[in-house]
Design a protein around this ligand. Structure first.
Ligand code: GLA
Length: 725
């Protein structure tokens, strides 16, 4: 049993792999956060909190006893109106117009298997505690779900808000969780960025007041990822306590850490309440997205490994998560929109025998799409480019023993398209106002079922009638002009969340309805790289920036929460199209091989030697692919802080490892670089293949190994390490 209720203590203990989470129902009946951290015994935790400073604090309704005031405990689900002045998780407007809410514990259930969330992605399985809370006057209820797993050190949380009252109420905020952390001396690390520079890391000290990150784009976005790490000031990559918070959500979100007057920290977040309301009629419920909170006392690296295990074991489609991945050749950087069928066939011919096994036809194959101004939404083949349809090309690719992949942008519509001309109301926009453009395109109003039906029917039609094996699902703009024709005026601010629900419904009806097809996510590069998308897409295009140097940072930041196998990474041509930088082919491949690798360049111009190099790279990738799919990641050198980027992946049984060391710049008189390996078994002997060295894990992890770099910029050294018997 991983969930225990000790009645004499009024305390719930939830034990995960290396963690315990504890909730105390206090004398007033409020669920109080008592602990989340390394595994502890079930001895009661009341001794861990005393009064604190009185600070003009309010007491719960009707109780004139200061010792019961809210600041004496940390909330499990904070609410507004009755004297808790910390960030509320929920704000409800009652039919009377007041916003009072007093959520008291009512009862609990322990479920052996977690129920899925209605219409939203979530972690699979796991023993689950449900706390039922209720405001006795309004009859608004909140069910708090807590799930723990015996194979990873995370807790998954979410809430369901229920209107048990007699009148309609309105949610102005419905976050997924609140949780306390003892003290407020923490650093907050977040992942910010933009196109071609996704998931840069930024660390700031916690302060009194609220540190907040969000998206208002109806996408999780590349500007700020729905992830936050909270670490002690002494925590490093390898040592110390680290908490990580990551939402399984793909639309506008918010995450907050608040330094509160008691000297503690309260974290909370979920759906962004900016421009959000939700009307809840009598008897209706509102489900929040799930949040995953990881803990490790093995530093930030341990926190990332907890997320990686959680997502590989419980989130990513089990059908694909551990399977050898397609190695693609994608035509985008080779041809962009200007391709001929002859050119595509030549690309396919050129990689024959290299081990590349999937050809992906990117943007430009439909209607009259020869530039970015037209045709999105008209998913009919561009006969000017592909005479006789897609089928002859698909058959050709299949005849070479390769799989065929196709690009779509399901949510998008061009102004210059047949579907927009016929149904302008299908696009998001406010009647009477001109719409904003991004990349010359509009967005389908996927909050509407009839619009989703159109998308599902046309896309499933193309996929099924052409024998497609792989789909790249792109999304190249964020949402403006928020309005849905036909929805009631007082429900227009439900849009951002309804967009998420519409998107997940599309994923269910296109992805889950085609279970043998491999779907890769994409959004102008990695602008929607989140755990919600990972539930549907085993891998996501990490960035349009394929420059190896830029990729070291992008991939390092992405790995904070997301496993290597989820990052789609391609070797591209030099000078790099985005960064104009020239890096060696070996470096480009070594960095791309720290993810789901592939190629995106014009292989028809390759020499015999270059194609042989590709063949060797693919062979090498396949020989260590199980590490990328299942291994434990150890980040050794941080490219944001040093001249190096070093990542090591170790198999779960510690019998095999791969280490890649990248040096950005050489010097006339370079330092001697020595790295200490991580994650090996101290007592095992290992063979470092490229160095012909046999040494114990203890030796390699403590004394380390010196690296011989070539005297050039942007160079890599890769070591394969095997247990030696
Ligand atoms: C986006 C993607 C690219 C490519 C283009 C096609 O930018 O990130 O990989 O598919 O769209 O238009």
């Amino acid at each position: 049993m991983s969930i225990t209720f000790i009645k004499s203590q009024n305390t719930f203990y939830l034990d995960g792999k290396n963690v315990t989470y504890a909730i105390w129902i206090n004398d007033m009946g409020y669920p109080c956060h008592m602990y989340f951290g390394d595994k502890i015994t079930h001895d009661g935790l009341k001794h861990t909190r005393t009064g604190g400073r009185a600070s003009r604090t309010a007491t719960p309704p009707g109780i004139d006893k200061v010792k019961y005031s809210y600041q004496y405990y940390l909330p499990e689900y904070s609410f507004f109106g009755t004297g808790d002045f910390r960030e509320p998780a929920v704000v409800v407007e009652n039919s009377t117009g007041d916003r009072m809410c007093d959520l008291l514990y009512d009862s609990y259930e322990i479920l052996s298997e977690k129920p899925a969330i209605n219409g939203m992605p979530s972690m699979r399985g796991g023993e689950t505690l449900v706390l039922h809370l209720k405001d006795k006057i309004s009859n608004i209820g909140a069910d708090l779900y807590y799930t723990v797993y015996d194979d990873c050190s995370v807790i998954a949380r979410r809430a369901i808000i229920k209107n048990g009252g007699e009148n309609t109420c309105k949610l102005f905020r419905a976050y997924s969780f609140s949780m306390g952390l003892p003290g407020n001396d923490y650093n907050i690390t977040t992942l910010h960025g933009g196109w071609a520079c996704e998931r840069n890391m930024e660390t700031i000290p916690m302060h009194h007041g609220v540190v907040s990150i969000d998206s208002k784009r109806c996408s999780s976005s590349d500007t700020l990822n729905p992830f936050m790490a909270i670490t002690a000031p002494t925590t490093s990559e390898h040592l110390g306590e680290a908490y990580g918070v990551n939402l399984i959500y793909s639309s506008s979100f918010v995450l907050k850490a608040e330094g509160v007057v008691s000297g503690d920290t309260v974290i909370t977040g979920g759906i962004n309440d900016f421009n959000f309301t939700w009307k809840l009629q009598t008897g209706e419920s509102f489900e929040t997205p799930e949040v995953v909170i990881a803990y490790s006392n093995e530093g930030i690296g341990g926190m990332s490994r907890a997320f990686h295990d959680a997502y590989r074991n419980h989130l990513i489609n089990p059908r694909f998560v551990n399977k050898s991945r397609p190695i693609v050749i994608n035509n985008w950087e080779a041809t962009e929109l200007a391709f001929t069928e002859e050119k595509l066939r030549a690309i396919v011919d050129s990689v024959e025998g290299t081990g590349i096994d999937t050809f992906v036809l990117d943007d430009g194959w439909f209607r009259v799409r020869d530039d970015e101004f037209c045709s999105l939404g008209d998913w009919k083949v561009n006969e000017n480019k592909l005479k006789g349809g897609l089928k002859p090309l698909v058959d050709y690719v299949h005849s070479k023993g390769m799989r065929f992949g196709l690009w779509f942008e399901p949510e998008m519509v061009s102004e210059d398209s047949d579907i927009f001309r016929a149904r302008p109301d299908y696009a998001i926009g406010v009647p009477g106002r001109p719409r904003c453009y991004t990349r010359h395109q509009f967005v389908f109003d996927i909050t509407r079922k009839d619009v989703r039906d159109y998308i599902v029917n046309t896309i499933n039609g193309v996929i099924r009638s052409n024998n497609i094996d792989y789909v790249k699902w792109d999304c190249n703009r964020h949402i403006t002009d928020i309005y849905s024709v036909g929805r009631e005026t007082d429900r227009q601010t439900e849009f951002a969340h309804r967009y998420a629900l519409g998107l997940y419904d599309l994923c269910e009806r296109i992805i889950n309805a085609n279970p043998d097809i491999f779907f890769e996510g994409c959004s102008s590069g990695g602008a929607r790289f989140d755990a919600g998308m990972l539930y549907y897409f085993p891998q996501i295009w990490t960035s349009d920036n394929t420059d190896a140097e830029a990729r070291t940072k992008i991939q390092y930041g992405t790995s904070m929460a997301y496993p290597l196998s989820s990052m789609s990474c391609h070797v591209s041509a030099v000078p790099n199209q985005q960064a104009r930088r020239v890096t060696p082919m070996k470096t480009r491949a070594d960095i791309a091989h720290l993810g789901a690798t592939g190629y995106e360049l014009d292989t028809t111009v390759f020499t015999k030697e270059e194609l042989e190099e590709v063949t060797r790279q693919v062979e090498d990738y396949r020989s260590t692919e199980s590490l990328i799919l299942n291994g434990d990641l150890y980040r050794i050198d941080n490219p944001f802080e040093s001249n190096f980027f070093t990542e090591m992946v170790v198999s779960k049984d510690k019998s095999q490892a791969l280490v890649c060391i990248y040096r950005r710049h050489t010097n006339a008189n370079p330092d001697i670089k020595r790295i200490r390996l991580c994650g090996l078994d101290k007592s095992k002997s290992y063979y470092v293949v490229e160095r012909d060295v046999v040494a114990s894990g203890a030796m390699l992890m403590n004394a380390g190994i010196a690296i011989n770099f070539k005297n050039e910029d942007f160079t890599t050294v890769v070591y394969h390490i095997r247990e030696f018997n």
